[in-house]
Design a protein around this ligand. Structure first.
Ligand code: 5CA
Ligand code: ZN
Length: 409
């Protein structure tokens, strides 16, 4: 699949900072030391509805990861998937009487447009589950050969017991795992499974559903976790720097994915850090396509909201926090954007030497975007109240806000 166009990232004076980030697997901050090419995998959308603010908040977090790395003069190899065949997509297509592939293509295209408008840097590889199928089948076959998978009435399951490190991403008790598995696409109550938590690797063709040639597995379609693993291993290899997504993916998705990869390669861990963004809520409940309590990015854009203010609204919350979208959050961002734009519209202003460092330090410190915004606010207030004499200072602020926060002033 093709991704979306990249906005220019201006180079900044001075030195970028190495990223310290909270790792779910170890439960604490770690300083990442990627080589000259940092490797990032972020779980993409299941395209059966438009991009909502929760999605945008999660992609904003990983856009910041990318920007911090770029600021340290590294290249970033960023891969994102599109779950363009899965139960919720097929169910929605069936409900609405539309072709599932056309629905997926339409919503993926809208996502690209939203990401472009929000100035999210695109992945270098944007890969659909369907196009990954030829790479998924041999991995499932290999898991079977390794004794890590088994067949149940034509379907193929992964055996979680095959991975001695299973549980080391989420550290959940098995009862909690079971509950989450049932909630998030698993089938812990299906009779005949070796372990209720075992996830599907390959699902045998069912009447009325799309299916593909699965070699020795028979016709069918891939399970969710192996899809992401196949794409990540193909494009990034084992031991990549960050596996990212929202906190709703910690279990089972990232736990299972890590186990698949670790059993397949015999290496540990799959990723150096597992990084998770908090959940955005609307009216007190997690924004989710299945509940329908959504604020769409495309809708806000249609209503004439400047994407830069949507982006500032996202940045005003720490990525790990769960938070609630309200009109006030957006209104505050609109006001802030107005102040910042006025402050950078003059030819000179207060010194920015400290400011650029403050933004860098805030982001390097577990992506503390709210602290970065506060630093820019301080500069803008000084500019507003007393101005300054540094020629070109507003230009540097504008470049720093663009390069590090993705906001065009
Ligand atoms: N296709 C899978 C990942 S492989 C999936 O979870 N798709 S999704 O469309 O449901 O979500 C896309 C991304 O947005 C995921 O990283 C998910 O964790 C995140 N996300 C979903 N809902 C929210 C929310 N309310 N707040 C923050 N992030 C969210
Ligand atoms: Zn995924």
């Amino acid at each position: 699949m093709h991704a979306w166009p990249a906005s220019e990232v201006p180079a900044l004076p001075g030195q970028g900072r190495d990223l310290r980030i909270h790792d779910t697997a170890t439960g604490g901050p770690i300083t990442l030391d990627p080589g000259p090419v940092a490797r990032l995998y972020v779980c993409g959308i299941t395209p059966y509805d438009a991009t909502h603010i929760g999605h945008a908040a999660t992609y904003n977090a990983f856009d910041l990861v990318q920007r911090v790395w770029l600021d340290t003069k590294r290249q970033v190899h960023y891969v994102q998937n599109v779950t363009d065949v899965d139960d919720p997509l097929l169910e929605r297509a069936e409900r609405d009487g539309v072709d599932w592939a056309a629905l997926a293509e339409q919503e993926t295209q809208l996502f690209r447009e939203d990401m472009t408008a929000l100035r999210m840097l695109p992945p270098r590889r944007y890969v659909g589950a369907v196009e990954a199928i030829p790479g998924i089948v041999p991995l499932v076959e290999r898991l079977c050969d390794l004794g890590a998978a088994y067949e149940l009435e034509g379907d193929t399951y992964f055996s979680v017991e095959a991975d001695p490190h299973f549980g080391q991403v989420s550290h959940l008790e098995s009862a909690a795992m079971r509950l989450l598995s049932a909630e998030r696409g698993g089938d812990p109550d299906r009779p005949g499974k070796k372990n209720p938590l075992d996830p599907m690797l390959w699902s045998a063709a069912r009447e009325g559903e799309p299916s593909w040639d699965g070699g020795s597995l028979g016709r069918g379609r891939p399970g969710w976790h192996i899809e992401c693993v196949a794409i990540a291993l193909d494009h990034l290899g084992m031991g990549f720097d960050v596996q990212g997504g929202g906190s709703d993916l910690v279990f089972p998705h990232h736990e299972m994915g890590a186990s698949h990869a670790q059993v397949l390669t015999g290496e540990f861990p799959m990723a150096k850090a597992y990084v998770h963004a908090g959940m955005v809520a609307l009216h007190g409940e997690k924004m989710s396509k299945s509940k329908g309590n959504l604020v769409f990015v495309s809708r806000l854009r249609q209503d004439g909201v400047d994407p830069a203010s949507i982006r500032l609204a996202l940045l005003s919350h720490h990525y790990r926090a769960d938070w609630e979208w309200t009109d006030q959050v957006l209104q505050d961002a609109v006001t802030r954007l107005g102040h910042w734009r006025a402050a950078v519209s003059r030819p000179d202003g207060p010194s920015v030497e400290v400011l650029v460092d403050e933004i860098r330090e805030a982001l390097a410190n577990d992506l503390d975007a709210p602290a970065a915004l506060t630093a820019v606010d301080r500069w803008a207030v000084t500019q507003e109240r007393q101005g300054g004499t540094d020629a070109g200072a507003p230009g540097i602020v504008s470049r720093a806000v663009d390069a590090l926060l993705g906001v065009a002033l």
